[in-house]
Design a protein around this ligand. Structure first.
Ligand code: HEM
Length: 305
């Protein structure tokens, strides 16, 4: 009964965390979508993806007319004096003016949510395995959280890539989402400057590794402990893969808040790996060496200092 109540509490807490993260990332993406760094009347997103103008320079071609005004006038903001033929004139409708872009916004928000959930799951896993925080976070609670986070992250990843099936730009196919390296369209460069094909394959591989982790955690009781442990070490490969995937393929990798999320995640995971090495390897090794010294001294009859 008590256990069931606790479980319900976890689920509620968890749903609240997901809702907060999802709203945070949606608002951040929406803010990024309407951000206009150089205040020239064009959003940064429009300048990067549609007009290819400089987001930090209100007058990219330095002809004295701002980029936004040039678009309104029908002149080319990249070439002083050049008039764009009428049919090539673009307008920048902003986030709500293009409902066809919603799948893309959803894919990004779900990708960020998946990244945060998987990072949190990795962090809880390290908290459990280092055994350094057992008094602060009891093992059972940490394990329950670790499991729930991993499970929820799978749902977020599925939402993340299935949204891209409906995105008119990516037009991702189910096969491309499930077979690593199948996505072969060239010329798609992400905001961090990387061709998207390799990072995409890393994301697909990471997804399979996460599935393996979640399934083996569910069937842990039926597996030999060593077998389970070896498979669970896969998590150390999954983490760098989805980290690289997100950073190298994400539209938001250039945003300060997204970088802060990546940096915080890496800092926590790296510190906990160090804590784990200290508590699980170094301290037991020192204790072993000390106790063998004590034994030697006792058997040779030398008084202990
Ligand atoms: C463990 C699995 C995965 C995680 C944690 C993950 C997470 C992320 C994150 C954090 C981003 C950056 C979002 C942004 O900057 O707005 C991203 C981008 C992306 N992901 Fe994933 N992803 C995973 C798997 C996949 C899979 C299987 C696919 C399908 C092929 C995929 C396709 C994409 C695409 C196309 C982008 C670029 C979207 C954009 O920002 O324009 N991801 N992912």
């Amino acid at each position: 009964m008590m256990k069931q109540h606790k479980h319900k509490m976890y689920i509620k807490l968890f749903a609240a965390i997901c809702a907060i993260v999802m709203s945070f990332s949606s608002v951040s993406i929406a803010t990024a979508a309407v951000k206009d760094t150089d205040v020239d009347g064009l959003t940064d997103e429009g300048e990067i993806n549609i007009y290819h103008t400089d987001i930090n320079n209100p007058d990219t071609d330095t002809d004295g007319v701002s980029d936004g005004q040039e678009i309104l006038n029908g002149t080319d903001p990249l070439n002083a004096g050049l008039i764009i033929p009428q049919e090539e004139n673009f307008t920048d409708p902003g986030i709500f003016g293009k409902p066809e872009q919603f799948p893309w916004y959803l894919a990004r928000a779900a990708g960020i949510l998946a990244f945060i959930l998987l990072s949190a799951s990795t962090i809880f896993g390290l908290v459990i395995s280092s055994r350094a925080f057992i008094k602060i976070v009891p093992g059972v609670d940490a394990f329950e959280f670790h499991r729930t986070l991993s499970f929820a992250s799978v749902i977020a990843v599925i939402l993340h890539f299935t949204s891209l099936f409906f995105d008119q730009y990516f037009r991702l196919t189910p096969a491309e989402a499930l077979v690593p390296f199948l996505f072969s369209r060239t010329g798609i460069v992400a905001s961090a400057g990387y061709d998207i094909r390799i990072p995409l394959a890393l994301g697909v591989i990471a997804f399979y590794l996460v599935i393996v982790l979640v399934l083996t955690a569910e069937f842990r009781a039926k597996m030999a402990p060593n077998m389970w442990r070896i498979i669970h070490y896969v998590s150390f490969t999954a983490y760098p893969l989805f980290l690289l995937h997100g950073f190298m393929s994400g539209t938001d990798s250039k945003e300060g808040w997204m970088r802060a999320i990546y940096i915080l995640s890496v800092a926590l995971v790296a510190s906990l790996i160090i804590v784990r090495i200290v508590f699980r390897t170094l301290i037991p090794a020192i204790r072993r060496v000390r106790s063998s010294f004590v034994k030697d001294e006792a058997s040779s009859g030398t008084p202990l200092s």
